[in-house]
Write a protein that binds this ligand. Structure first.
Ligand code: URP
Ligand code: ZN
Ligand code: ZN
Length: 567
């Protein structure tokens, strides 16, 4: 119909790899033509974009709309949250199905679909969280991947007794993800340590929001980031570190990528746009308004540092972790910081904050802005080029972006339901002027025009090429292979049962056999397994170190110069 025909005229199209001046013709939610002097059917509405950039709609990789959490639920639901997203130039969100431990992952998925389908104003997809481990969970992960449009699973190394997995469980989930062609995602903190240090804070009489940061300092985030990367690498599972909040954690991701590990890092609007000095603010509500996990960092140079890494592809994608709570909800923790519901806003302001701190500062160009706000997410989550690109055949999720306009962020004017904004007072150059989702103009000359449920669920297919092509190749090249040799027929030392404590001889420990005789080094004097016997290394070895050692290796370019012989 004529109503669904749009003509965007005179703008500069920006994709992640190039920008050029061209017009766009849209029909029935799809980009039909791009070029100059287009011949278009009559009756199309024309949007004048001269002097403006025409960019793919933003994709927020990390939201928690209406999440039931810490005794309450997030105040921005799938309606207000997606309406606000559109107002800021984000045309798709990826939310997390996150239910209690021991709840069926499929039941939880249905719950989230029911909540979202009737309310979303923009397209959305889902990640699923694995907060417990069993053969049933493994089966459900398979169904989620094959039938329900899930291609990513988030695991927590925080929230002990609530969502946290132990390392052995995490390793199992990573192996399952790799089998299914799904991406592993990790919330990297140390739940055991946080529990200990939180109690210490309370014992010291420190009950305010500053304790939230002090009991989980950035080295704890870095430790967990390193642990997750190591375990994922051992399982040959691609890994995505959600909400990278600190320099230390970002350095760990950067180093791992340079070692060739398949890992992606997601800073969020909050970590790029503000810092943790707010936890020391004299106003309790202000300080509590910034409480999230992992926390913002008190080092005020952190946001700039993360932006530098994002600009240079050490970090790749941006989300928000949008999970909002009003003052009365935050006040659940007024006497004990451990009870402050964790979460901040971001879904509406991410695009502006990244433009301001990234492009307006000269750290990144508009193409990189498009890459980190949209295209890289579309590629990683396997919906490219349907999303994340302005191209013929792609969804008409488009933003007409005015780089010369500015606005000041405030809770008084934002579209979110929450009563607080962590970016309050920030002047942002770069404003979304028109926003189109599936060819509907939903931000139109300052007015947001949406209807509940107009967005669609977008299934995310497994085996994203961006994520898995290297993984599959590694699977083939690093398959462990045994050494063929004559059986050993010499004498074998006898170890009697009494030499080992009863406790150590357990059938369910695969390293210690449940008979008294075994080949290997004897126990240590304290009765522990001799570590020299381990075949499983968490030392972060390179992928090619698994290949069998050969007595001679032919090399065309050996270290020290070319040789025609063997070395
Ligand atoms: O503080 C946060 N991040 N709240 C949402 C849950 C999560 O860990 O992502
Ligand atoms: Zn998290
Ligand atoms: Zn989150």
């Amino acid at each position: 119909s004529a109503q669904s025909r749009l003509f965007i005229k005179g703008g500069r199209i920006v994709n992640d790899d190039q920008s050029f001046d061209a017009d766009i013709y849209i029909e029935d939610g799809i980009i039909k033509q791009i070029g100059n002097n287009l011949v278009i059917p009559g009756g199309a509405r024309t949007i004048e974009a001269k002097g403006k950039l025409v960019i793919p709609g933003g994709i927020d990789t990390h939201t928690h709309m209406q999440l039931p959490f810490m005794g309450t639920h997030a105040v921005d639901d799938f309606y207000s949250g997606t309406k606000a997203a559109l107002a800021g130039g984000t045309t798709m969100i990826i939310d997390f199905v996150l239910d209690q431990k021991n709840v069926s992952l499929l039941e939880a998925y249905d719950k989230w679909r029911n909540w979202a389908d009737s309310k979303v104003c923009c397209d959305y997809a889902l990640h699923s969280c694995v907060t417990w481990w069993s053969p049933e969970v493994a089966k459900e992960m398979d169904i989620l991947c094959k039938e329900k449009g899930i291609n990513s699973f988030k695991m927590f190394l925080a929230y002990k007794d609530v969502f946290m997995l132990e390392d052995n469980e995490l390793y199992e989930v990573f192996k399952r993800c790799r089998e299914l062609g799904a991406l592993g995602m990790v919330h990297a903190e140390n739940g055991h340590l946080i529990a200990e240090k939180s109690s210490e804070m309370i014992q010291h009489g420190i009950t305010g929001p500053e304790a939230h940061e002090m009991c989980r300092p950035e080295e704890v985030e870095a430790e967990a980031t390193n642990r997750a990367i190591t375990l994922a690498n051992q399982a040959n599972c691609p890994l995505y570190i959600v909400h990278v909040m600190s320099k230390s954690a970002a350095k760990v991701v950067t180093k791992a990528r340079r070692q060739g590990k398949v890992v992606f890092g997601e800073p969020i609007a909050a970590s790029l746009g503000t810092d943790g000095t707010h936890y020391w603010n004299k106003c309790w509500r202000h300080a509590a308004g910034h409480v999230m996990g992992p926390p913002l960092r008190p080092d005020p140079t952190t946001p700039g540092y993360l932006m530098d890494l994002l600009a240079n592809n050490d970090l790749q994608v941006t989300g928000t972790d949008n999970c909002t709570f009003n003052a009365d909800q935050k006040a659940l923790g007024k006497d004990d910081f451990r009870k402050i519901p964790n979460g901040v806003n971001g879904v509406e302001d991410r695009m502006s904050v990244i433009w301001e701190k990234g492009v307006h500062t000269g750290k990144m160009d508009p193409c990189r802005f498009v890459a980190v706000t949209s295209t890289n997410a579309a590629k990683i989550f396997n919906i490219y080029p349907q999303k994340g690109r302005i191209a013929v055949g792609s969804d008409a999720d488009i933003v007409v972006w005015n780089p010369n306009a500015s606005r000041t962020i405030s809770a008084k004017t934002h579209h979110q339901a929450v009563d607080f904004n962590i970016f309050e007072g920030m002047l942002c150059h770069g404003v979304a002027e028109y926003v189109m989702t599936n060819g509907h103009v939903v931000l139109d000359e300052g007015q947001v025009r949406v209807t509940q449920g107009m967005g669609r669920f977008i299934p995310l297919p497994c085996n994203s090429e961006t994520v898995f092509s290297r993984i599959r190749e590694r699977e083939r090249t690093t398959k462990p292979c045994k050494v063929e040799r004559e059986p050993y027929d010499g004498p074998v030392a006898k170890i009697t049962a009494t030499q080992m404590s009863e406790k150590m001889i357990v059938a369910d420990n695969p390293i210690i056999p449940n008979n008294a005789e075994f080949h290997g080094r004897p126990m240590t004097s304290s009765g522990a397994r001799n570590l020299q016997d381990s075949t499983f290394s968490l030392s972060g070895q390179q992928i090619d170190e698994k290949s069998p050692r050969r007595s001679t290796t032919r090399s065309l370019n050996p270290p020290g110069g070319k040789s025609s012989g063997l070395w």
